[in-house]
Design a protein around this ligand. Structure first.
Ligand code: NAI
Length: 219
């Protein structure tokens, strides 16, 4: 275990390191210097060294980083050396899109069940998972190991469904519903809000346009 507590900022950057290292591995790259990695990732070399030093400095002076080792270690830190069982609550547009996405499996996130209230969806198979009805959810959660529940249901329904899942033993919620869930502290919630990301994009676009029009005035 790592004695030093790793800051959230570093943890947030790890998936990106992991993705880049995975690409290097696929291209049979054995080792890489922090300078090369920094050029690829557009992050300063010192930031990379600082980040990776958090885990006891996997790099060696004059050698750089062993790509496979670093990839494996970061995977372990992110808990990706394990398999997670995921259920999806809400088999609408977003729920079905998640269920259809094959890459999660490659990362160890296995979709084990998809649930909805709409009887017209019952039994429809999405990549081998038949959509089940919500009245079977409690039994399913109590008899199968479920690590993560993805919520892709209307926001008005999300808090109650989340509370039920937690009371049946689910410890991690991947929340796509645009609402805060207010669950007990021992429950891990990861909110994914594409709209917020779009708002940041809109802000940056606007700021850039304003800057450009300022520059034009000066010319
Ligand atoms: P949708 O209407 O296509 O699907 C919602 C599904 O939830 C329907 O199949 C419906 O029958 C089911 N449902 C309703 N109440 C339920 C309950 N109590 N238990 C189980 N299933 C229930 O909607 P869509 O587009 O898939 O969006 C789903 C949710 O995800 C919405 O809250 C939406 O705001 C949110 N969303 C979030 C995004 C994000 O970036 N976080 C992006 C797109 C949608």
């Amino acid at each position: 275990m790592y004695e030093k507590e790793i800051s959230l900022a570093v943890i947030k950057r790890l998936p990106r390191y992991y993705r880049y290292l995975g690409e290097l591995l696929e291209n049979d790259v054995v080792r890489i210097s922090s300078k090369e990695l920094s050029e690829k990732m557009q992050v300063t070399a010192s930031q990379i060294r600082q980040d990776l030093n958090n885990f006891g400095g996997f790099g060696q002076q004059g050698y750089g980083y062993n790509v496979e080792y670093l990839f494996t270690e970061i995977g372990k830190i992110l808990g990706l050396d394990r398999k997670y069982h995921v259920i999806i609550i809400g088999a609408g547009n977003l729920g079905q899109a998640l269920a259809n996405y094959t890459d999660f499996e490659r990362r160890g996130f296995l979709i084990k069940g998809i649930f909805d209230v709409n009887p017209r969806l019952e039994g429809i198979s999405i990549r081998g998972n038949e959509i089940r009805m919500m009245d079977t959810l409690e039994q399913f959660v109590k008899t199968n190991s479920v690590h993560i529940a993805a919520l892709t249901i209307p926001k008005a329904k999300a808090p109650q469904v989340a509370a039920d899942l937690v009371s049946w033993g689910v410890k991690a919620i991947w929340n796509f519903a645009p609402t805060d869930l207010n669950l007990p502290k021992n429950i891990t919630v990861e909110n994914v809000h594409l709209a917020e990301s779009l708002m940041r994009l809109s802000y940056n676009l606007k700021a850039r346009e304003e800057q450009e029009s300022e520059n034009n005035k000066d010319e």
